[in-house]
Design a protein around this ligand. Structure first.
Ligand SMILES: C[S@@+](CC[C@H](N)C(=O)[O-])C[C@H]1O[C@@H](n2cnc3c(N)ncnc32)[C@H](O)[C@@H]1O
Length: 219
């Protein structure tokens, strides 16, 4: 997997999901429950998605998108792997989420600036660093005026070398989501509850249209 991730940065995901679909592999990030950091943020902010739109980037098997839809958002979720999209629809036959196969690096133009909530959980870190700034800007481009971007990612120090995938985000790489008109609201580096050696980022960004209209997605 590691070698494939370096040599074929996006193609190996479909091969992995196709193998998993045949029972010939397991997908390491198939956890079945939403990100704890995403859930805690939504509870803290009392997020109410009624009448608002959300998109989940690199949605995998839909753990975060089903949670986001449960908050009331009209939710789109996309992944580069058509097999992941198909198998996720099968997992949630009654879902309200619109699961779509799409490439973060070649987004449908109609999505740009179109979502009140954008959730990015571990997709950018799964792409090699040569694609990092392009992927980061693409995530930011989805946020609507007054919308909120939530970034969850593994963290590493600025000078720490890793042989990915994944390639956890450095402080400057998480701060870089404040791109293309987005502003940083908060970036926290949070130790894992079980293994304090492991840290994660929770990054919050918004696209203010004017100081008077800035409100985010909280209730
Ligand atoms: C580490 S997994 C995380 C999945 C999910 N976000 C989660 O937390 O369970 C990264 C996901 O991003 C998807 N992905 C990778 N590159 C992508 C791209 N360029 N466009 C859309 N999805 C992509 C992969 O297929 C995979 O499902």
């Amino acid at each position: 997997m590691a070698e494939a991730g370096r040599e074929d940065p996006t193609g190996w995901f479909e091969r992995l999901y196709a193998q998993a679909s045949r029972g010939a592999a397991t997908v390491p990030w198939d956890r079945g429950v939403p990100s704890v950091l995403l859930v805690e943020w939504a509870e803290r902010e009392q997020v109410d998605g009624a009448g608002r739109t959300a998109i989940v980037v690199g949605a995998g098997y839909g753990r975060d998108s089903e949670f986001v839809a449960g908050l009331g958002f009209r939710t789109t979720a996309f992944d580069i792997s058509p097999t992941a999209v198909r198998d996720t629809r099968e997992r949630f036959p009654d879902t309200t989420v619109d699961y779509v196969a799409a490439n973060l690096l070649d987004l449908p133009p109609t999505w740009l600036g179109g979502f009140d909530l954008v959730v990015e959980d571990m997709t950018v870190q799964s792409l090699p660093e040569s694609l990092r700034s392009e992927a980061t800007r693409a995530v930011a481009s989805l946020v609507a005026p007054n919308g909120t971007l939530v970034v969850v990612a593994a963290a590493r120090d600025e000078d720490q070398h890793v042989d990915g995938p994944p390639w956890p985000l450095t402080p400057s790489q998480v701060e870089a989501f404040a791109a293309g008109g987005l502003e940083r609201l908060d970036v926290e580096r949070i130790p894992d509850a079980v293994d304090p050696e492991v840290h994660r980022w929770l990054g919050l960004f918004t696209r203010h249209t004017s100081p008077a209209s800035a409100e985010g997605v909280g209730g």
